[in-house]
Design a protein around this ligand. Structure first.
Ligand code: MG
Length: 421
C-alpha cells in the first residue's frame, strides 16, 4: 500500500473498492483531475510510531492522511524517549496539509525553544517526523524525494562500511576485512577508543598514555596492511580524548593517509578541534552529535574540520541535512553523513546525498545484522558493490517488510497503533 502512487490510489478509488476507502472526493477527483495540483488537498489524520533496537535504538514514524496515503520516516541515536515527544507534536499536525514540510517543521521547532528544541531528543523526534512528511509528499506528488529537494547531482551514492570491530587484530578482523573487500566497498572505518585497553591507568579519564597510542597505531597499521591499497580508511575516537592525546594520535597516523580521523575530541570543543586540525595533515571530521544548521555554524566559521558528518536521521531531517550541506559548501567543506539506520533511513539519506554538490561518502553500520539488513524492506538489498542507487520511486521509495522489522521491536512499545481519540 505504501508504495502506491497517489495516481494509482486515485485510479483504485474510481473502482468498486472506492467504497472501502469511503472517500467519494477521490473518485470525483479522478474524473476531472489529472495533475496533483488539481486534486483535493491532503490532511494529516494521525501520527504513529514503532520503536526497534538494531544498531542502537530507532523510532519509525508514520504520518497518515485522509486519502489513504501515509509517509514513513526514521530517527536514531537520540531516539530514546522520542515517542512521547512525537505524541506531543501530533497537535501541530492533525488537520494540516502535510506538503508544507518546512513550515510544519519550523512550527514544531519554535514551539519547543524552551523545551529543548536546540538539539537532542527533541530535534531527533522532529527529524523522523520530517522524513515521514517528505516520503508522504513524494508519494502524493508521484516523485522521488531527491526531485523535491532540487534534483540530483549523482545517481549512485558511495557507501563506506563501519567494521564495528572490538579488536581489529583478532579473529573478528580476519573474518570481516575480506568480507568488506569482497562486498566492493571502497572505504571502511575502525574505532580507536578502547575502554577495556589494559594499558589504561584510569577508567574515567581518557588521556592516552604511550602504550595506548601505540595500540592505536598498531591497529591502524594492521588494518591498513590487510586491505587493498586503494580502499580508504577512516578512524573514530568518539570524542573521548583530550586535545593533547588527539594531536599526538593525528600526527602519528599521518603516514597512513587516513580518509579522516573522527571526533578526536568532543565536538562542542570547537577551538580544540581547530587546533588539532591545524596541527596535522590527517583530515579531521565531526558532526554526528551536532544538530541543525546552528550546530555547524561556528565549527565551519572557525575552520575546525575538513569534513562534516551530519546524521540525517538525527540532525533535523532531509531538508535540514541539505541546508547544513549547503552551509558547508560555502566553506568548501565536504559532507560524509553518519548513518546507522535501516535501509529506509539510508535511502532517505541517499536522497539528500544525491541533491548536494559536496557529498563525499555515506556510512553503513549494520555489518553485524546482515540478514536483518537484506530483508528489512520488500525491495531487498539496496547496497550493490559499495553503492546505493537512488530510487526513482515516489517518496523515499522503499517499503518496510514488517514481519522482519517487528522482530526488533522493543518489548512494551506499540507498533504503529492508531492513536486513541
Ligand atoms: Mg562516530
Amino acid at each position: 500500500m505504501s508504495l502506491l502512487t497517489r495516481r494509482k490510489m486515485l485510479k483504485n478509488a474510481a473502482l468498486p473498492i472506492a467504497g472501502t476507502f469511503a472517500l467519494p472526493t477521490l473518485a470525483a477527483a479522478v474524473q476531472d483531475a489529472s495533475t496533483p495540483y488539481q486534486r483535493p488537498k491532503l490532511k494529516i489524520t494521525d501520527v504513529r510510531t514503532a520503536v526497534v533496537r538494531v544498531h542502537g535504538l530507532q523510532t519509525h514514524i508514520r504520518v497518515y492522511t485522509d486519502q489513504g496515503l501515509y509517509g514513513q520516516g526514521e530517527s536514531t541515536d537520540a531516539a530514546v524517549g522520542t515517542v512521547s515527544l512525537i505524541n506531543q507534536f501530533r497537535r501541530f499536525l492533525v488537520g494540516q496539509d502535510p506538503l508544507n514540510v518546512d513550515a510544519l517543521w519550523e512550527r514544531i521547532r519554535v514551539s519547543g525553544i524552551f523545551a529543548g528544541a536546540q538539539g537532542g531528543q527533541y530535534v531527533t523526534a522532529l527529524t523522523g517526523l520530517e522524513i515521514a512528511l517528505w516520503d508522504l509528499a513524494g508519494k502524493a506528488l508521484g516523485l522521488p524525494v531527491y526531485q523535491l529537494l532540487g534534483g540530483k547531482f549523482r545517481d549512485k551514492i558511495r557507501i563506506y562500511c563501519d567494521s564495528d570491530m572490538e579488536d581489529p587484530l583478532g579473529p573478528e578482523s580476519d573474518r570481516k576485512l575480506p568480507w568488506i573487500k569482497n562486498q566492493g566497498f571502497t572505504a571502511m572505518k575502525i574505532d580507536l577508543d578502547d575502554a577495556s585497553d589494559p594499558n589504561r591507568f584510569d577508567r574515567v579519564n581518557w588521556t592516552a598514555n604511550n602504550a595506548e597510542v601505540d595500540r592505536m597505531v598498531n591497529w591502524v597499521r594492521h588494518v591498513r596492511d590487510s586491505i587493498p591499497k586503494e580502499m580508504e580508511l577512516c578512524c573514530d575516537m568518539h570524542g573521548r580524548y583530550d586535545a593533547g592525546t588527539a594531536k599526538r594520535v593525528a600526527k602519528e597516523l599521518e603516514p597512513f593517509r587516513l580518509l579522516w580521523l573522527e571526533e578526536p575530541v568532543a565536538p562542542e570543543d570547537i577551538d580544540a578541534m581547530a587546533d588539532i586540525r591545524h596541527s596535522t595533515s590527517t583530515p579531521i571530521a565531526t558532526g554526528e552529535n551536532l544538530y541543525m544548521r546552528w550546530g555547524y555554524r561556528e565549527l565551519l566559521d572557525k575552520g575546525a574540520v575538513d569534513i562534516i558528518q551530519p546524521d540525517i536521521q538525527k540532525t533535523g531531517g532531509l531538508s535540514e541535512g541539505r541546508k547544513i550541506a549547503n552551509l558547508a559548501q560555502t566553506y568548501y567543506v565536504p559532507v560524509a553523513p553518519h548513518c546507522v539506520v535501516s535501509p529506509i533511513g539510508m535511502m532517505s539519506t541517499a536522497h539528500v546525498c544525491a541533491s548536494i554538490p559536496n557529498f563525499l561518502v555515506c556510512e553503513w553500520h549494520w555489518i553485524n545484522f546482515p540478514e536483518l539488513w537484506k530483508n528489512w524492506v520488500k525491495e531487498g538489498e539496496i547496497i550493490q558493490k559499495g553503492y546505493v542507487t537512488v530510487t526513482d520511486k515516489p517518496g523515499i521509495g522503499l517499503e518496510m517488510n514488517e514481519e522482519v522489522a517487528q522482530k526488533s521491536q522493543i518489548p512494551g512499545t506499540t507498533w504503529f497503533e492508531p492513536t486513541k481519540a
